[in-house]
Every structure is written in C-alpha cells, then in structure tokens.
Design a protein around this ligand. Structure first.
Ligand SMILES: Cc1cc2nc3c(=O)[nH]c(=O)nc-3n(C[C@H](O)[C@H](O)[C@H](O)COP(=O)(O)O)c2cc1C
Length: 440
C-alpha cells in the first residue's frame, strides 16, 4: 500500500492535555446493529498502517487481565516467529481471563472501483484478515453507488462483520475522483450511495467522515441524520474539516453535536493520545465509543492502558495504568518487525506454490513484498521511537537498513547496547512482563 500521508502529518500538531473529569469512563461495550463491541474502543483505519499484521499486533498488545488477582495472570506479549506455523497462530490468542482492550479493528481504506475490477485471487490481498480479528470492519471508498454496493457485497461475502464508508480521506488523489472527503460537498450523492449500500448488504453499515469540507461548509450533523435515515447503524466523526488536514486541535464539540442529533451510536475520533484523553472525549461529547488512529502506532499499549485506567478508576476512584519500560519497547518493536518478516515468508510460500509456472512474476511480487515490509518498518519506527531515549539513533539505523532482517538487526543492536539484552534471541516472554512501572 502506498504512503498517502507525509511523515510530518503523523506527528501531533497541537498536543493538549485534557483535564480528567471525575465520572467519565470509556463504556464497557456498545453495539453496532447486531454486533457487540467490547470495550467501546476502535482502532481507526489507517492506509499503509492497519494491515492484518498491525491489527493483530495492536489487538495483542491490548490484552489485559480480567482476573481480580492480576499477579496470577500477568500479561506478556508473545509473538515470536518460531512459534508460528501459520498466520492465524502468529499472534497468540487470548488465554482465559484475558480480553483485548481494543474492541473493533478496521481495514485500511480499499477502493471500491479497484475491488470490483480485481480478480478474486487478487482481492485477498486487500481483504486478508484472520479469525482472531473478529469483530472486524472493512472500509471502502469511492463515489459510484453501484460499484460501492458491489464492493460492500464482496466484503459481506468475505465474512467481515461490518462495512464502513470513508467520507473523510483528504488525499488529493482520492478527492479528485470525488471519493473520501470530496463527497462531503454532495449530500444528495451521499444519500444515493448510502441507500445503494444499505440495500446491498445485511451486515451493519457505518460511515466515517469529517465535519465538512471547510468551516464554511460544516455538514456533520446533517450527514449523521442522513445516515440514520438511510438505515446506517453507526457513525464515526473525525472532528476536523477536510481543509484542516491534520492541523490544529480536533473540535470535539462537533462530536457532541452529532451525538445530540442522532439515536444510532456515535464514535468519536481525533487527538486521543492517553487514557485521560479517551475518558475526556466521552465526558465532553457523550459519544458511545472512541476511535484511535495515530495514538496506536505511537503507543501500541494505548487500548490496554485505557482498559486498566477504566478498571482502576471504577475500583478505587483513581485511574492508573502501566507505562512501558525500555525493555517493553524493545520487545514491542521487535515483535512487530518479526511479524512483518514472517508475513512475507508466508506470502512467499503461498506465492511460490501458486506461481511455480510463472517464476519471473513470482519474483517481482516477492521483491515488492520485501520493499513494502521494510517501508512499513521504517514508517512504524518513525512513529514508535519518538518516546524512546536516543530514539533518533535507532531511527537512523532503521532508515539505513535495506532488508527486513537488517532492520531487525538494527533494533537488536540498539537495545542490546542500551540494556545489555541478548542479541540473538528475544528473551522469553515470561521474563518480560509487559510493563513494570505504573503511572497514576
Ligand atoms: C497514516 C494515516 C492513514 C490514514 N488512513 C485512513 C483511512 O484509510 N481511512 C480513514 O477513514 N481514515 C484514515 N486516516 C485517518 C484516521 O483514521 C483518523 O481519523 C485520524 O488520524 C484522526 O484520528 P487520530 O487523531 O486518533 O489519529 C488515516 C490517518 C493516518 C495518520
């Protein structure tokens, strides 16, 4: 998947600390149509980021204990390459008393035009997900009602639990074809699209949108009402306009306005970086669920921290959550990179089986996969290493690496030099409880 956002846009433009109101919590669950989502947290779709590896990585990093005696049930993040025989088992499934703090995951946006044109065998590339990803939503973009309806049917046939329409993407390439936030200026066309998709599928149907094209054309409340009238099951608002891009602070008051206007669930999105932010958004807007985008690659533990924060606040009145140590970060970054390397190996194996007769084209696909994975590692490194002391050294080493194993080696040697960790093997998971410090 090509990069659609510049690195600069991935940094927080206007970080704000939200005061933590006394009685606010992220809800334990909410439902979209007939799909129950618990807790009420969503990993935002992010092009080039939220592929199947990243989604499962975040779900796993979000595991938390529901055991009243957590010391009996400490969490660890285990996803080593050697343990995985297949992609499905690559991320260990939650064991008893463990639940993911991330309630719903979504695919990165997928072109409806592309999907309906593509041969079935190639569609899998866009719509790959594994059993441990349920509930999962597939996001589509496009502007042709018939094509979008066809693609929604494909998504339903693939077993996705929900289908989502993107009306928020600000990228010129998408907007110029009237997709993403380009549609925000054409509510009648949106209505036709809503009705076409609604008629095509029986799975819950949601829409994710921005407030409007610009401040002079704010349409989010009308759009949410339209969604409800057309039978959509939930709406998600990224509280910025298209012209805002990613600048300024998300204007949560518009999430509150949407919540006031409709009965279907409202998912609030924009600038949640901490558990306090998440609770503050619920408090400020009354939204039914919160959605986190950039906060997840920057801090893959964010959903787990929210769950801990909510539980501790309920139990003691004071919200607290664990914060990662350097060793936790080491394991996290290594795990994600290893998962990407493993993914390529598995795809290579599948490709080799398919393409024995067309070796040359198989080789091209393999090279492309390698490049994609290394690109993802670099992208993730840029986000994730910002909180790490001396992280710029690691970033530089990763950016200079030319292959997946070379990136892994850079990570190993950085953390080994820092903490005297073993360079060949990751330490056994049990030896590394995910967090050791807590922060109130
Ligand atoms: C790299 C990147 C890719 C994104 N791709 C998508 C996408 O495919 N579909 C979508 O609806 N929004 C996309 N977004 C927007 C996010 O889903 C989210 O609405 C936005 O980042 C605001 O939330 P945040 O402040 O929690 O990051 C993307 C954002 C980023 C940073």
């Amino acid at each position: 998947m090509k990069k659609r956002y510049t690195l600069e846009q991935k940094h927080w433009d206007a970080p704000t600390t939200h005061a933590m109101p006394e009685h606010s919590r992220v809800p334990a669950s909410f439902t979209i149509g007939n799909v129950r989502i618990a807790p009420a947290t969503v990993l935002a779709p992010m092009a080039g980021v939220t592929d199947t590896v990243f989604r499962r990585f975040i779900k796993n990093a979000s595991l938390f204990s529901t055991d009243p005696n957590p010391s009996q049930n400490s969490l660890s993040f285990r996803s080593e390459a050697k343990e995985s025989a297949s992609l499905g088992s690559q991320v260990e499934t939650p064991t008893t008393n463990q639940q993911s703090g991330c309630g719903l995951i979504m695919t990165e946006f997928t072109s409806a035009d592309g999907l309906s044109r593509t041969r079935e065998s190639k569609r899998k590339r866009y719509l790959t997900y594994y059993d441990d990803e349920h509930p999962i939503s597939a996001q589509l973009f496009g502007s042709n009602p018939a094509t979008l309806a066809d693609s929604a049917r494909i998504v339903e046939d693939y077993g996705f639990d929900l289908v989502d329409l993107n009306l928020g993407c600000p990228a010129k390439r998408v907007v110029s074809c009237n997709g993403g936030s380009g549609l925000l200026r054409d509510l009648p066309l949106i209505e036709t699209i809503f009705r076409a998709i609604r008629a095509a599928v029986s799975i819950p149907f949601t829409v994710k949108f921005r407030m409007g094209w610009n401040d002079a054309e704010i349409v989010c409340v009308d759009l949410a009402r339209l969604a409800q009238d057309c039978g959509l099951n939930a709406v998600a608002l990224h509280a910025r306009t298209r012209e805002d891009g990613y600048t300024g602070q998300a204007r949560w008051q518009y999430i509150a306005a949407v919540k006031d206007a409709v009965r279907i669930p409202v998912i609030g999105n924009g600038d949640i970086r901490t558990p306090e932010d998440a609770a503050a958004m619920v408090h400020a807007t009354g939204c039914d669920a919160i959605m986190i985008g950039r906060g997840a690659p920057a801090n893959p533990w964010i959903f787990r921290q929210i769950a801990q924060y909510t539980a501790s606040k309920e139990a003691t009145g004071v919200g607290s959550y664990d914060i990662p140590t350097d060793q936790d970060r080491y394991r996290m970054i290594r795990t994600y990179f290893q998962m990407l390397v493993d993914e390529i190996a598995l795809e290579d194996a599948a490709e080799a089986a398919r393409a024995a007769a067309i070796i040359a084209s198989g080789q091209i696909a393999r090279d492309q996969r390698q490049r994609d994975a290394v690109g993802k590692m670099k992208q993730f490194a840029a986000w994730f290493t910002h909180g790490i002391p001396n992280g710029s050294t690691l970033r530089r080493a990763i950016f200079e690496a030319r292959s997946g194993p070379a990136v892994l080696a850079a990570v190993e040697s950085f953390f080994a030099a820092k903490q005297d960790l073993p360079t060949q093997e990751a330490p056994p998971a049990e030896a590394f409880p995910l967090f050791t410090d807590t922060c109130g």
